[in-house]
Design a protein around this ligand. Structure first.
Ligand code: OOG
Ligand code: NI
Length: 302
């Protein structure tokens, strides 16, 4: 049974955001500079456009498992996206009310990978007895919040991690980072005029030392011109592997989105509601945003 427990959903989002802020120092850096520059009074004034998760497309896991959490809390499943080169599927989910973020969930098309990579993934994530989400009491937000950090498979060895990364940096990312929040997204069009475009906000971000993902250009623009996105390069975390070896690997990142008014809704009053702006996502933008955790980008980190 679906629930309309918005307090519960709030609690789940908080359980995601708190560890995320710990893992991604850029979040605090950006939000405190936003306060200093009077863009916002405090963090609560930031509109979170969407959050994103990554999963592995194997039995009992993947989108089909993970989405149950948010469908239960009133999200509705929307468009499908296919990323041929990266071998990924994704969907986005519309929130039960506009004060909650959209959700973007992707999964690795494991069957499309080489035998070697499939072997490694199945070694870790291939022996689940059932869908772990089915074993959760979804009505209990505390239990759901803890679930994101529950190891569903063993920690990888560094050689296995590296073998995955060679063929799919996405696969390596999920094997280590699991269901940790991949990013949250600051809604730029909701900010005061001096900062309310992706161009102006990027200039601000770079002025405070945030390094932006340059794959496909720092600004990713949808074909209709109405969805503009940029993102930071993922923060490197100290990872400890199964065999005791340690290495710095990509953690999570921050995204920035500007949604322009749909034709016919160009501001009369200056105030444009969420429903009157470009909704959803854009494959070509997303394809490049995934690379915020890829070594081609992280190797440029100073
Ligand atoms: C998601 C990349 C796509 C968007 O807004 O299009 C995305 C990821 O890196 O897992 O976030
Ligand atoms: Ni995103």
């Amino acid at each position: 049974m679906k629930t309309t427990d918005t307090k519960g959903l709030q609690q789940i989002l908080k359980a995601l955001m708190d560890p995320y802020k710990q893992r991604v120092p850029d979040v605090e850096k950006i939000t405190s500079a936003m306060v200093e520059n009077a863009m916002i009074g405090n963090t609560d004034d930031i509109v979170n456009d969407h959050i994103a998760f990554r999963t592995l497309g194997v039995p009992h896991l993947g989108i089909a498992s993970f989405e149950k959490i948010f469908l239960h809390y009133g999200y509705s499943k929307r468009d499908y996206y296919y990323f041929e080169g990266k071998k990924l599927n994704a969907y986005w989910y519309a929130p039960p009310s506009p004060d909650f973020p959209r959700i973007f969930i992707s999964e690795l098309r494991v069957d499309d990978m080489s035998e070697e990579v499939q072997g490694i993934i199945h070694k870790y994530a291939g022996n689940l007895k059932g869908d772990p989400v089915d074993q959760l009491d979804l009505d209990n937000p505390q239990e759901v919040g803890d679930f994101f950090y529950k190891p569903l498979w063993q920690l990888p060895t560094l050689p296995d991690f590296n073998a995955l990364a060679k063929e799919s940096e996405y696969a390596a990312w999920v094997i280590y980072n699991r269901y940790y929040l991949n990013h949250y997204t600051i809604s730029v069009h909701d900010l005061p005029e001096t900062y309310n475009t992706i161009e102006k906000f990027n200039t601000f971000l770079e002025s405070i030392g945030i390094q932006l993902n340059s794959s496909g250009g720092k600004i990713k623009t949808s074909a209709d011109g109405l969805l503009k996105q940029s993102s930071s390069i993922a923060h490197m975390i100290d990872a400890e592997f199964a065999d005791g070896e340690t290495s710095k690997i990509a953690g999570s990142y921050v995204e920035f989105a500007e949604r322009l008014p749909l034709p016919g809704h160009v501001k009369q009053s200056g105030l444009v509601e969420r429903a009157q702006r470009r909704d959803g996502f854009e494959s070509a933008n997303a394809d490049k945003i995934f690379e915020s955790t890829y070594s081609e980008q992280t190797k440029t980190l100073k």
